[in-house]
Ligand binder design. Sequence first.
Ligand code: GDP
Ligand code: MG
Length: 300
Amino acid sequence: MSQNETHKAGFVSVCGLPNVGKSTLVNHIIGSKLAIVSPKPQTTRGVLKGILTTDAAQIVFLDTAGIHSPKDKLGNFMVDAAKTTFAEADLIYLLVECQKPRHDEVELTRELRTTGKPVFLVLNKIDRIQKDLLLPLIDSWLGLMDFKEIIPVSALSGENTDRLLELTIDNLPQTPAFYPEDILSDQIQREFIAEFIREKIYKYTQEEIPYSTAVVVEEMKEREEGGAYIRAHIYVEKDSQKGILIGASGAMIKKIGLAARREIQQFMGYGGVYLDLQVKVEKHWRENIKALKKFGYARQ
Ligand code: GDP
Ligand code: MG
């Protein structure tokens, strides 16, 4: 058989409560920095794709925001975004920590059962528990739904993730790759870059700033003199937040820009990135679904 006839490709939705290790797992598998990994819950917003391409298979990961009880429209959207990825998925990972099912996870399995898709129960953070506790723990999950596979892993150390990949590929349809091997789409590049910027905002500002922030990469172009020009807008809700983000004599925005630029250069594989950051006030953007669409949080 020719390679084309045996090639596998498909979409894998990675769902689970905040902080269980979804971003860490996808990042480990893809081998590059995809979404923000942070001890603070809910730092991944919207749906980011990571793509793993090998000779035999292509896996497109849909890294959903953590499913949780929504508090505002943004929260609601995040739940919806996670659910819509189920419809696109060929396979779903329910990622959980090595512990008994929590209330929201029981609810989630109810939702997952209705999709009719194969679901892998991925028990993450096995580096944290004694091995002899694993079997009784798995027992506590068995009654919830009919999992296609149950795979304990450590996203952090990579333990057993090879096995997870093997089983994943087994469960994907036989079809040629959807995306070229080494090209990240423009949209994905922009998502990466916005994430790098967001990550620096989280790192350097106080708590009330990050959750009131949206980053949109407005423009990306090669510069005639070499390197790239990137213009991004940072949206906040209040003038006071704009003030904090810019800082005294622009010190804060400079710090964020410098740190983000360093990572963007590394990611793009060349120096000479000019990063133009502009802070804009858009009141109540969280409540404004139209704005969410513009910010790429809502997909058409
Ligand atoms: P997400 O909200 O589900 O995307 O979770 P993250 O990937 O951001 O991870 C949340 C926290 O759990 C981070 O501090 C990770 O370093 C940590 N973490 C993720 N996977 C593992 C693991 O396998 N073992 C341990 N010990 N920690 C992990
Ligand atoms: Mg995450």
